[in-house]
Design a protein around this ligand. Structure first.
Ligand SMILES: Cc1ncc(COP(=O)(O)O)c(C=O)c1O
Length: 365
């Protein structure tokens, strides 16, 4: 038995008839961009989260870039961001000419609220919180800090569709929630797609204009915009996936539960769940001391793994210009050296789950 890290075709096959019908309806409709399917998805996604408005976009990165643009954040401004995240979080800030200011993570891999205030300066305009791997960050505390310091709060929910903190959905705590529907995400499209949600009508109107060349009325371009529209096929397919998302969350939770209760090897540090936080298990990330040996052992036992992420953004070539050196963010760097993501995907069989658990439990013995 070979276990891939992910197998997207299984997710497709599960609701194949519905996906096929939805795509064909769009093809036959003769209307492919900015139409009723996009509006339907936006309205259903907003109500799933309990948000007032949603704007469908091209990607999760565009959701971040256009959010900071809509908030007027640019050169000279600083935005607090967790050092331990995917580089797209930072790119949303630097693409607008603003500076990402990194903060170390806590033991749940998310922004450590206790370390935010020491990084706030007169130039700080916003906090970007990321709910990494599917677990909500400590939103009550982070929102209090944002409110007290008069900062915008933006949430990167690329990995946290449907995750809550203290009963409230991620994406609805801040001024704007940014989502990616990249195919591997929990609500994944069949191509690139993203969205923002907000309760603020001005932000909503502005991002709607930004995504369509800065226009509200065709060929009346009032602001400098881009092309970042969610197409009708992706919107129709996403509507199907959203309609099944409760079942899909239960499925992910069951796999995570099997790992959490079944993996019993002192070499492997399991993820922990924060009080009041809900985890939607976008990724099941463990930590091991000698990662290369562990990954090699699993690979020899036909189990594929991935690393999220091997190079922390502050040490990437892209952000060399910020001048951070090795050991600037030791917790983040330690995580980057020891994290391993185990297979967890829609349609994973019991046999596959058990094979992963038993293989890990035999490691080092
Ligand atoms: C935390 C995080 N933010 C942003 C993104 C960007 O999303 P996209 O790939 O849709 O641009 C991703 C995923 O790739 C992500 O994992």
């Amino acid at each position: 038995m070979r276990i891939n890290f992910n197998q997207l075709d299984r997710g497709y096959l599960k609701y194949k008839a519905e996906y096929d019908a939805a795509a064909i309806q769009v093809l036959e409709s003769g209307w492919y961009i900015l139409g009723q399917r996009g509006e339907k998805f936006e309205s259903e996604f907003a109500s799933f989260l309990g948000s007032e408005y949603c704007v469908g976009l091209n990607s999760g990165l565009d959701a971040l870039v256009l959010s900071f643009r809509a908030l007027g954040i640019g050169p000279g401004d600083e935005v607090i961001v967790p050092a331990n995240t995917y580089i797209a979080s930072m790119l949303g800030i630097s693409e607008n000419g603003a500076t990402p200011v990194f903060v170390e993570p806590d033991e749940y891999y998310n922004l450590d609220a206790a370390k935010i205030e020491e990084k706030i300066t007169k130039n700080t305009k916003a906090i970007l919180v990321v709910h990494l791997y599917g677990q909500a960050a400590n939103m009550k505390w982070i929102k209090e800090i944002a409110d007290k310091n008069n900062l915008y709060l933006v949430e990167d929910c690329a990995q946290s569709h449907g995750a809550r903190f203290d009963g409230r959905m991620t994406g609805t705590w801040g001024d704007i929630g940014c989502f990616s529907f990249y195919p591997t995400k929990n609500i994944g499209a069949f191509g690139d797609a993203g969205a923002i949600v907000t309760d603020n009508v001005e932000i909503y109107e502005k991002i709607k204009m930004l995504r369509n060349y800065g226009s509200k009325v065709k060929y009346h371009n009032d602001i400098l915009g881009v092309n970042s529209r969610l197409d009708e096929i992706q919107a129709a397919l996403l509507t199907v996936k959203l309609s099944h998302y409760t079942e899909l969350m239960i499925e992910r939770e069951a796999i995570a539960h099997a790992y959490l209760t079944g993996i019993n090897n002192s070499c492997v540090l399991l993820p922990v769940i924060r009080e009041k936080a809900e985890h939607v298990w976008h990724l099941f990330v463990v930590r091991v001391m000698n990662r290369a040996a562990f990954v090699d052992y699993l690979s020899k036992n036909a189990i594929s793994t991935q690393i999220h992420y091997p190079i922390p953004p502050h040490l990437s070539k892209a952000y060399e210009y910020l001048g951070h050196k090795d050991a600037s963010f030791p917790i983040t760097e330690e995580y980057a050296k020891s994290v391993v993501s185990l297979p967890l995907f829609e349609g994973m069989t019991q046999e596959e789950i058990w094979h992963v658990i038993q293989t890990i439990n035999s490691y080092g013995s």
